[in-house]
Ligand binder design. Structure first.
Ligand SMILES: *Cc1c(COP(=O)(O)O)cnc(C)c1O
Length: 431
């Protein structure tokens, strides 16, 4: 698989180079040069395939001969070793539960897949690398768990002090071994900027081999297309068009769906739903893309003011606003609406939603109002207990905490406090 930079000022690279480089030098994003269609045979057999089987076919088709099928099979079965569940919430609306992995959020898919892809390539070389990742919540712990104990890999996580939930913070700061957590006095956007600057810093790059692991790494996007195939295969048989609603922050999950569609999956439509950080819904209405400082919400893993995968969305449509607008609608919700949805769904359906999943639910429900006769799937991106503080407050003590979380909460926090500057990050990394 060859990849190009969305800024078109950097040379094309192989999959291996793109995975380890993370970002091209021109500050664009890597995108596959060709996104091949899956065969008719694949779609005919899809209903009878397991999640791992379809994941293997999708990956093999996309990546080509850079990794042999036998090795890919090992990577997929090792990475995707937890269940996915489709839960019917009400008529015509399904939640695709992507939170049954080790850190209880969908980011386990990307992180576990990417770490094993890197492990596969590193096995051949004797090289030490540093994974540098900015997180607004879930990415960090999923990445760190994905890489925990992998020889030759150091993980450094940057997170905004006071802007992640207590549980998230514990998950980021109690891992230990090859994983360090930096508590940045700033916003998620500051963390993301520091990571980007570190990648481009010449001096730092003489002492460290960096690679990114957040949603900008192409290896994280690939597995995020698998579950669209899976949900569609389970729901399409009654002939109703299937649309997806993705609760979005950096828009990696949406990109995964767009890639699935590009490979031939007949997804009817996408709803990109956000919280008060509604940069992309605004773009879909006005054609103007205007990043803003992020604002804090109860769905904090989606508090992103400059969605980093947006150039990929544009690239997938050749930059055409009209084509983007045909396939994707926007929607956004306030904290009050989000809480209300969590309450209503719990009271009517006895189903707990995390605040992010609740935004996905609202986006699907609203779209359905004007598009009857379709089946809506929203991505349920995190386990409600992962956002215990919020969910428990809204629902008044209804959340049971899974055992793995209790253990994490009992461990002492271990972070390095740091001001939001490249200099501070540099001096830490140079030592
Ligand atoms: C990261 C995250 C999102 C947003 O996903 P993107 O791919 O960045 O758009 C939504 N919900 C949860 C729980 C997340 O952790």
């Amino acid at each position: 698989m060859n990849l190009y930079s969305t800024n078109k000022q950097s040379p094309e690279v192989s999959f291996e180079e793109a995975v380890f480089k993370g970002l091209p030098d021109d500050n664009g994003l890597y995108m596959p040069k060709a996104i091949p269609a899956l065969s008719a045979k694949f779609f005919e057999g899809l209903e009878d395939m397991s999640f791992q089987e379809l994941a293997l076919d999708v990956t093999d088709t996309l990546i080509g001969d850079e990794i042999g099928r036998k090795d890919l099979e090992k990577i997929i079965y090792d990475a995707m070793n937890f269940p996915i569940e489709l839960h019917q919430v009400e008529d015509n609306i399904f939640g695709l539960e992507l939170f049954h992995g080790p850190t209880l959020a969908f980011k386990d898919f990307g992180a576990r897949f990417m770490s094993r892809i890197m492990g596969h390539f590193l096995e051949k070389k004797q090289k030490e690398i540093t994974i540098l990742v900015a997180t607004s919540g879930d990415t960090g712990s999923a990445v760190a768990h994905g890489f925990l104990g992998v020889p030759g890999i150091n993980v450094v996580i940057l997170y905004p002090s006071g802007k992640v939930s207590e549980i998230q913070e514990k998950q980021l700061t109690t891992i230990g071994q090859n994983v360090k957590a930096l508590e940045i006095d700033g916003t998620f956007d500051d963390c993301q900027r520091m990571v980007k600057q570190a990648f481009l810093d010449k001096e730092l790059n003489t002492v460290r081999h960096f690679t990114s692991a957040n949603s900008i790494n192409i290896a994280r996007l690939i597995p995020q297309s698998f579950y669209y195939h899976y949900a569609w295969s389970m729901l399409h048989s009654d002939g109703k068009p299937v649309f997806f609603c993705t609760p979005s922050g950096n828009f990696g999950n949406l990109c995964g769906g767009l890639i699935a569609k590009k490979m031939g999956l007949p997804i009817d439509h996408f709803v990109a739903a956000t919280n008060a950080n509604h940069i992309v819904p605004d773009y879909l209405l006005t054609e103007k893309f205007q990043p803003k400082p992020s604002v804090k919400t109860i769905s904090n893993a989606m508090d992103v003011g400059n969605p980093s995968n947006f150039p990929r969305v544009q690239a997938l449509y050749g930059g055409s606003y009209d084509k983007i607008n045909r396939d994707i609608s926007g929607a956004w919700y306030t904290d009050a609406q989000t809480s209300q949805a969590m309450k209503e769904v719990f009271e009517k359906e006895e189903y707990l939603l995390c605040p992010h999943s609740a935004i996905g639910y609202l986006g699907a429900k609203d779209y359905l109002k004007n598009h009857a006769g379709k089946t809506g799937v929203f991505l349920a991106t995190a386990h409600p207990a992962k956002f215990y503080d919020v969910v428990d407050k809204v629902l008044g003590g209804k959340v049971e905490i899974p055992e793995v979380l209790k253990e994490t909460m009992a461990k002492p926090k271990n972070s390095v406090k740091m001001e939001a500057s490249l200099d501070a990050l540099k001096s830490f990394l140079m030592n």
